[in-house]
Design a protein around this ligand. Sequence first.
Ligand code: SF4
Length: 225
Amino acid sequence: MAKPIYDITPFTLIDYPDKTACIIWFAGCNMRCVYCYNPDIVLGKGKMSFEDVCLFLQKRKNLLDGVVLSGGECTMHKHLKEFIMQIKSMGFLVKIDTNGSNPALMRLLIQEELVDYVSLDFKAPPHLFKEITQSDLYKPFEETLDILSGAALPFEVRTTVHSGLLQKSDLHEMISYLYGKNYKHIFYIQQHINNTRTLGNLAASDNDLDSAMFADELLEVVVRN
Ligand code: SF4
């Protein structure tokens, strides 16, 4: 049977807000974002089974608050729900990092109270989405955003910005869109990390954004570097 997990980061203080956590990196993705700096994870094969990860987590019980499911795209994996049930039975909180491509699973996980926090990627406005993600998955992203907006659990929307792909006018459009969707949380902008291998062949990003530039926006915007 194929192994779904590419790797584990055993400890992080920055990937789950206000919690100690580990990160489970799922192999494979249904997008091919040109700025993606995890090509080995997206294109590579998994090296660990769910059982391997559960053995690791057993040893972290009561030492970590939560588990971050990231990738790649964790929601495209079969048996994710059953895996999360095992994680939660060990007492961990679960955070999901997703590109939003599997709204049906997100709805199910929320209904069954199997997820505690979601970080949703907002890749681009519709006219740029296909060019940046090499996918036709904008509609599922929108559906996932609507599901999260109507749910009680905490979530955040975040965008990775490469100056050659997204202009400030695109970011304004995305902020207006989120505001129109009644998004009430912080919109996080992450500037592209230069000098890393990416899926596309990108020149360096200007990385000239800061939070103060967005002070007059309809939403609170925080630029993470
Ligand atoms: S950046 Fe894009 S291609 Fe890379 S893991 Fe995330 S969704 Fe997949």
